[in-house]
Design a protein around this ligand. Structure first.
Ligand code: PLP
Length: 516
């Protein structure tokens, strides 16, 4: 493809993308192809001679589209949103064009410097305290995902705990061999913690970091972690000879968007650390993968002010609810040295005068991979194009839609019951058994719950099979108490209140059919 062919192909591709967005609501939101569908459509092997772009482009509609679930559709109400926008797409186009794997400042100074500037601007946008800005000891870095951010901080937390333990043992007069013996024993005892509502990425990070992981159970219906639960868990671990070194707390949990009680957790950790001055501090990470975007609204902007008292790091995905194409996960740390100490390795071929001068940031030392894309471009384009007002309006629109959906659910108590407090545009509810069945069951709550679980699952599966909207069935709690529920959250850029009304009607029609 030469430059004039590229010009033509790129125009055709952009036209197709614009048509896709303009007509997205008419497409079936959830793909209904069967596993392996694509093998039958694509001839095996690579063609001996190159094909024309027109032929390749045709396969987008014919072969790829049928296997796509349309996350940008206003009918996508599942999981959490993964917003895109035209400015975000432009950022990815330029990033692809430049393709600089800018692991060091020297590899492309603009890639590093823009990332620092954009992340400081985003920190201000979400009212993140200065402790996490690059102007002090902290700073932000763009990671691929919230999971990647958690792996990164768990590794840093583990190494910081070990390094501080070594320092402590040295002050107690232990020699190098004795210290190494202790490190070996310590490694087997380190425990990463998160609540039973924390995202599974904490568990995955612990597996990757080679440490234990335990969960702290939260109360049914509330689903948030608090200081008392944290203290009890720490006491329990210590009685068992284990060592808590890391804790994930969440703003907006995945199942219900619950928010942990940051004030009481901060107080509990402070009490623990004051009572144990020789023990290294527990690294606490605030995971706000989805709900962090809401911090741009004045209503939520007070939340981060307490984080510096206990949180070493914070992460949220601009690629979820802030109009920035996947991937753009913003990780902030209070002390960048903690990341660098754990992750910096400098073989001869990576040395250069700028890195040696200590005057530049080398983001390779803040992440797991070496190479990195120019992801800050899309965040820069998005924040500049929408401005604070545009971004706030987008988030507010989703919150308004969520409230509307809550009202619709509350207005039909015969059919629906909310099983968690609606938060951040997410509604989690279950479907009741038909009124006649409910009457038959009298006050038998256990049987009522069992029937409700069955019906809720049936409704969710049937709605998704129809494919007009896409919702997520989930299970809250476990054992006899387990509740099958449906999660509905609409945050796509094009969503309107009428889409949520229509989604409610689609679900209600299915409930009526299942009841019969
Ligand atoms: N943390 C929370 C609270 C989430 O809800 C999710 C995903 O929805 C994640 C982490 C993982 O996000 P990612 O796909 O960016 O790894």
């Amino acid at each position: 493809m030469d430059s004039s062919q590229f010009r033509q192909a790129a125009h055709a591709a952009i036209d197709q993308v614009i048509d896709y967005y303009d007509n997205i609501r008419d497409r079936r939101v959830l793909s209904d192809v069967q596993p392996g569908y694509l093998r039958e459509l694509i001839p095996p092997g690579i063609p001996e001679t190159g094909e024309k772009w027109e032929d390749i482009q045709q396969d987008i509609e014919a072969k790829i589209m049928p296997g796509l679930t349309h996350w940008q559709s206003p009918n996508f109400l599942a999981f959490f949103p993964a917003n895109s926008s035209y400015p975000g797409i432009l950022g990815d186009i330029y990033s692809g064009a430049f393709t600089c794997a800018a692991f060091n400042w020297q590899c492309s100074p603009a890639v590093t410097e823009l990332e620092t500037i954009v992340l400081d601007n985003v920190a201000k946008l979400i009212n993140l305290p200065e402790a996490y800005h690059s102007t002090g000891e902290g700073g932000g870095v763009i990671q691929g995902t919230a999971s990647e951010a958690i792996v990164t901080v768990v590794v840093a937390a583990r190494d910081r705990y070990i390094a501080r333990s070594k320092e402590q043992w040295a002050t107690e007069g232990l020699n190098d061999d004795e210290i190494e013996d202790r490190v070996c024993t310590l490694r087997g005892k380190l425990v990463a913690l998160g609540s039973d509502q924390a995202h599974s990425s904490t568990k995955k990070a612990a597996i990757i970091a080679g440490v234990r992981c335990e969960t702290i159970e939260t109360a049914m219906g509330d689903y948030s972690l608090n200081g008392e639960l944290v203290t009890k868990k720490i006491e329990n671990l210590e009685k068992r000879g284990l060592i808590p070194f890391y804790l994930t707390v969440t703003l907006g949990t995945t199942p219900t968007c619950a928010t942990d009680d940051f004030a009481s957790i901060s107080a509990a950790l402070s009490t623990y650390h004051t009572a144990n001055p020789t023990k290294p501090k527990i690294w606490t990470h605030v995971d706000a993968a989805y709900a962090g975007a809401a911090l741009i609204l004045p209503e939520y902007s007070h939340i981060p002010s307490i984080w510096p008292t206990f949180a070493d790091s914070f992460d949220f995905n601009m690629h979820k609810w802030l109009l920035t194409n996947f991937d753009c996960s913003c990780l902030y740390v209070k002390r960048r040295r903690d990341l660098i100490d754990a992750l910096s390795i400098t073989p001869a071929y990576l040395r250069n005068e700028y890195s040696d001068s200590g005057l530049v940031t080398d983001y390779r030392d803040w992440q797991i991979p070496l190479g990195r894309r120019f992801r800050s471009l899309k965040a820069w384009f998005v924040t500049r194009s929408f401005g604070v007002e545009g971004l706030r309006a987008h988030v507010q629109k989703a919150l308004d839609g969520g409230e509307l959906f809550t009202k619709l659910l509350e207005g039909d108590k015969e059919r629906y019951e909310l099983v968690a407090k609606p938060a951040f545009a997410l509604n989690v509810f279950r479907v009741n058994p038909p009124p006649a069945v409910a009457k038959e069951l009298g006050g038998n709550k256990k049987e009522f719950a069992r029937r409700s679980n069955e019906i809720t699952k049936k409704v969710a599966d049937r709605v998704n099979k129809e494919g007009k909207i896409f919702i997520t069935p989930t299970v809250l709690g476990k054992g006899d108490e387990a509740i099958t529920a449906i999660r509905v959250v609409g945050g796509s850029p094009s969503i309107q209140p009428k889409d949520l009304e229509s989604a409610f009607n689609i679900i209600t029609e299915v409930v009526t059919a299942v009841w019969e």
